[in-house]
Design a protein around this ligand. Structure first.
Ligand code: ADP
Length: 525
């Protein structure tokens, strides 16, 4: 039997017996067959000793059962690792950062507690998937939309805690959180915000409560187990439309992004934008690169290619939700503002007054219409990936600098163009952009080794430029935390101070976000 490091077989056996007594023998998993399900399907260490493996898994059905598990783990110093639905693919899936942890799988806690379509919020348990929540709303004809992550099989709780994003105006998932219920490391239950008042009427309508805000302490964290979450929803809009804006040349990106930021921060553009480049897409098919390579074509040459091929250098689709006359006016205004950039062109897209039949061939459209989907997997062209996702400023200049910095790195590492899972920015969050890279993962150890090396260098090059990742894979949490250097890692030291205070036995998700409890701190990579 695999036991957590430093825990004797006798103690572990005792703890497992106590887990069985607390939640039922059917919900404590110890066979290899069961445990293997919790390995990371996209592991960068597949088939290698560093691959993270749990020692067992437990699946509680209620907050009280979670409390019981935490108390037992405390008594026997058993490390736990919490997942909601465990679909965190690209960042570790359901696997723990610390091998030998017992997975606390919250999939059975899948109750939708409430959906309110008058003041627009939902209250869910961690095991509720986007599909579950969507179905609940549809079955009752409630007039609210959810904002699914793509793909939609994960949970609103897990995704919001990881600060993931969607595509509608509610796309910043942590921003939509209002009120948590948390089981602390000592087994006590805490309710945040207005929920701190026993009979509060506004737990899920007002975020702040009274006194210091603590909700953020439970996001990307190992300070507690979230057992319930309030989420703000969007009232079902009357209509949807989209349209495309193209600009012709390389340097047009600077006014393009300035206009974008103005419209976004004025609440005229509200959804997620993915910046695209028809010209660079073509260039890549010709053996070129998405990045600006030191030995590659100059900007002037690429501009010439854009003119010759009649391909816009930059392009983006914008989406609008709301009453028809308002979204039509928004699109007109967006065209007017971007129209100032010489050579800009526009394409009116789809327009639906809802409910309507809609274009089934575009999986991203479904997500933008608040419908969870697995269709986006088709866009990944098979294979696993390791997500690399630094945050950069919302400016054309920052995008250019990123293309140059990563181009230099790819040249230095002599990586083939085909290896470049191109990184153009998304606007999942207000005020900043995120670059999403997917480095290929496979069964081939050599390819994985190379991807890991590229990953580490990407993290370092980003940090040299003042950018850091917003989220990372379990195998690289220490590496990314290391980049947050201000004042001799004051943030990490503060996290550790909190960790030791709230979880003195260090049982909750050791290593999460680079935070190790005192007794395991020597594990920091
Ligand atoms: P999803 O349900 O969206 O697939 P996961 O269950 O994979 O998300 O969770 C992603 C990460 O978020 C986990 O690795 C864990 O660190 C953290 N997490 C998930 N659920 C909880 C929870 N209920 N409480 C605390 N942390 C959680």
């Amino acid at each position: 039997m695999a036991t957590p490091p430093g825990v004797s077989e006798r103690d572990f056996t005792r703890a497992l017996t106590e887990f069985r007594n607390a939640i039922g023998a059917d919900w404590v998993f110890t066979s290899d067959e069961d445990i293997n399900l919790y390995r990371d399907a996209y592991s960068p260490f597949k088939g290698e000793a560093e691959d993270r493996v749990p020692s067992a898994a437990v699946a509680p059905n209620s907050t009280e059962q979670v409390q019981a598990i935490v108390r037992i783990a405390n008594a026997h110093r058993i490390p736990l690792w919490t997942i909601s639905t465990g679909r965190n693919l690209g960042y570790g899936g359901s696997a723990p950062a610390y091998s030998g942890s017992v997975i606390v799988d919250l999939k059975r806690m899948n109750r939708v507690i409430e959906v309110n379509d008058k003041t627009h919020f939902a209250v869910v348990e961690p095991g509720v998937s986007y599909f579950d929540l969507y179905r609940y709303i549809q079955e009752r004809g409630l007039k609210v939309w959810i904002d699914p992550a793509d793909p939609g099989w994960g949970s609103p709780v897990g995704n919001a805690l990881e600060r993931g994003g969607g595509r509608t105006p509610m796309r910043d998932h942590w921003n939509a959180v209002c009120g948590l219920e948390v089981v602390l490391a000592n087994g006590e239950v805490l309710r945040t915000g207005m929920g701190a008042m026993a009979n509060s009427e506004v737990w899920h309508q007002y975020k702040y409560g009274f006194g210091p805000l603590v909700d953020g302490l439970f996001s990307q964290s190992n300070f507690g187990i979230v057992t319930r979450m309030g989420l703000w929803l969007m009232p079902s809009p009357e209509a949807y439309r989209d349209g495309r804006v193209n600009v012709a040349q390389h340097d047009d990106l600077v006014p393009f992004m300035e206009t974008y930021a103005y419209l976004m921060n004025s609440d005229i553009l509200r959804g997620t934008m993915l910046l695209e480049s028809p010209l660079l897409n073509y260039h890549v098919t010709q053996g070129g690169s998405f990045f600006e390579m030191p030995n590659g074509p100059s900007t002037a040459e690429l501009d010439r290619l854009a003119r010759e091929r009649n391909l816009p250098y930059w392009s983006a689709e914008f989406r609008f939700w709301g009453p028809p006359k308002i979204i039509d006016a928004q699109w007109e205004y967006v065209k007017e503002k971007f129209g100032v950039i010489a050579g800009s062109t526009f394409a009116d897209g789809r327009r639906y007054v809802l409910p309507a039949e809609f274009d089934q061939n575009d999986p991203t459209l479904e997500v933008a219409l608040g419908i969870p989907s697995l269709g986006v997997f088709g866009l990944l062209q098979g294979g696993g990936h390791l997500g690399f996702s630094p945050i950069i400023p919302m400016t054309g200049d920052a995008i250019f600098r990123a293309q140059r910095a990563f181009g230099r790195l790819y040249a230095e590492l002599a990586l083939p163009a085909a290896n470049q899972f191109a990184a153009l920015p998304w606007s999942y969050n207000p005020r900043a952009l995120v670059l999403l890279f997917g480095l290929p993962m496979s069964r081939d150890k050599e390819q994985n080794r190379q991807s890991r090396e590229v990953f580490e260098r990407l993290v370092e090059v980003s940090a040299q430029n003042g950018w850091a990742e917003y989220r990372t894979h379990i195998a690289f949490m220490d590496k990314v935390a290391e980049m947050y250097t201000f004042n001799d890692h004051a943030m990490r030291r503060f996290h550790e101070l909190l960790k030791d205070a709230v979880d003195p036995n260090g049982i909750l998700s050791p290593g999460k976000s680079g935070i190790w409890p005192r007794r395991l701190r020597s594990n920091r990579g």
